[in-house]
Write a protein that binds this ligand. Structure first.
Ligand SMILES: Cc1ncc(COP(=O)(O)O)c(C=O)c1O
Length: 454
């Protein structure tokens, strides 16, 4: 029997469960996970795995099984899980939002919580829209980049540029604008990095000139995650893009859903690149997976005209701003601060990166990139020409399966080259990863890549 739809207890057969797994295959038996501790996961057969991807990707920030978070959750659940937001403030929420703003760069003094990353992006875009409305210059377009992922709602897919997830839904989209990704490894043959960067900045200038007064915000991941595999920008890309955006009063939204909360070795990914965005959209590591929650953090310059207009931010859902999620977020952020996990992401990330770079002696490893514990490996069929494997070969998926057999959970992705072909893998383990675990990941990757290629 194959049952789809909401799972109720009596209908919860294995097909329902499988249909809820991302990319689930009906003909495949998945191991049953039962517990986790630190960077390790354990299945029902007693096998252990290193969580090298951070639970699909970049979620498990502080590791599994942290008692302080469980205690904070239980304490808040018994005290006050939810509150009537139309009439009351809440002390847990206030404390948390204050801590979150203090963790953000200077001037980011306004924050809201919502249920996840997609909603963080939607809310960031709405806030940018309202900023222009409040200034009396309504703008209706958003600008994203191909080869980026911003979430799975129609608006987030539309602004995003991940072809594999986007194409199916294009009839429902309004077709927001897109720029080329900034992907130096795959820049046109013979072009210097400087000339490549010049071209990308010129593309932005041309786009904003062609749509003068229409674009509310430019949305970008500081380091592109699953879509391209930890691809960072060229040296002055964001600084120069910000200058052009500011000249056109286009707000910059940093999608920090993966890169925020210390993952890249700085509090927020955009802090690596000599400029700050106007709005930070966060999720995943913000609760480290202990509860669904996302947040947006906005700079004073975004809120000033809205506050002057006298209007509230026109947003809000049932699970915006709930004390229970705030208690978890607060416990997770306190854990990050108390254990100095931002600095640890930088040092352990360097260690893991050095290890992954040692794989460049394998002919199928084309590039190793990223920052902190947010790293990517791109696979190629031919290193000299950077030609990808044929898509039907499913190379990254094979590596993922071989690594799993050896006790390491990785995250295989595709679409690295021209958004359809190309294989890469994203590494985003918990920030508490140990040196021995990092070394084991590298050892297993060498075996898994070799096995997949043979
Ligand atoms: C960069 C980025 N933005 C947004 C999202 C959407 O977040 P969520 O899945 O929590 O809705 C994701 C999810 O993977 C992401 O990687």
């Amino acid at each position: 029997m194959r049952v789809h739809g909401p799972a109720t207890l009596d209908r919860m057969d294995s097909h329902v469960i499988r249909s809820q797994l991302i990319c689930a295959r009906y003909d495949h038996d998945y191991p049953m996970l039962v517990s986790g501790e630190g960077s390790m996961l354990r299945d029902a057969e007693g096998r252990s795995y290193i969580d090298a991807s951070g639970c699909t990707a970049a979620v498990t920030a502080i590791g599994h099984g942290v008692k302080e978070v469980a205690d904070a959750l239980a304490e808040q659940a018994t005290r006050l899980a939810v509150h009537p937001t139309h009439l009351f403030h809440n002390e847990t929420l206030e404390r948390y939002l204050t801590r979150l703003c203090a963790f953000a760069p200077d001037g980011f003094n306004h924050a809201w919580t919502i249920s996840g990353g997609t909603e963080a992006i939607e809310n960031a875009c709405k806030l940018a829209f309202q900023y222009h409305q409040a200034k009396g210059q309504p703008r209706h377009r958003l600008l994203g980049r191909w080869g980026s992922y911003h979430g799975n709602s129609i608006l987030a897919l539309d602004v995003g540029g991940m072809k594999a997830r986007r194409d199916f839904y294009t009839p429902l989209m309004v077709d927001h604008l897109h720029l080329s990704p900034c992907f130096a490894y795959r820049r046109p043959e013979g072009l210097s990095v400087e000339a490549y960067e010049d071209g990308l900045v010129a593309e932005l200038e041309q786009t904003l000139d062609a749509h003068r007064g229409e674009v509310a915000a430019f949305v970008a991941e500081p380091i592109v995650g699953a879509a391209l595999g930890a691809v960072g920008p060229t040296p002055r890309y964001f600084e120069r893009m910000a200058t052009v955006c500011r000249a056109h009063d286009v707000l910059m939204i940093a999608d920090e859903v993966m890169t925020g909360l210390g993952r890249t070795g700085k509090a927020f990914g955009c802090e690596h690149f000599g400029t700050h965005a106007d709005i930070l959209a966060c999720a995943k590591g913000i609760t480290g997976g202990y509860l669904p929650m996302g947040a947006i953090i906005a700079h004073d310059r975004v809120l000033d005209p809205i506050v002057q207009s006298g209007d509230p931010f026109w947003s809000g859902q049932t699970y915006s701003c709930i004390p229970l999620a705030a208690a978890v977020g607060d416990a997770v952020l306190k854990y990050i601060e108390d254990h100095d996990l931002v600095a640890r992401a930088a040092t352990m990330g360097e260690h893991l990166r050095t290890g992954l770079c040692s794989l460049l002696d394998l002919p199928w490893v084309g590039d190793v990139r990223g920052a902190g514990l947010f790293l990517g490996v791109e696979f190629v069929a031919d290193r000299a020409t950077k030609a990808p494997f044929r898509p039907e070969r499913g190379f990254a998926k094979r590596v993922e399966a071989e690594a799993l057999r050896r006790g390491v959970v990785t995250y295989a992705c595709r679409g690295t080259v021209d958004l359809t072909a190309g294989d890469h893998m994203l590494f985003a383990p918990p920030l508490v990863l140990t040196e021995a675990e990092a070394d084991r990941i590298v050892e297993v990757m060498r075996e898994a890549i070799t096995a997949a290629a043979s």
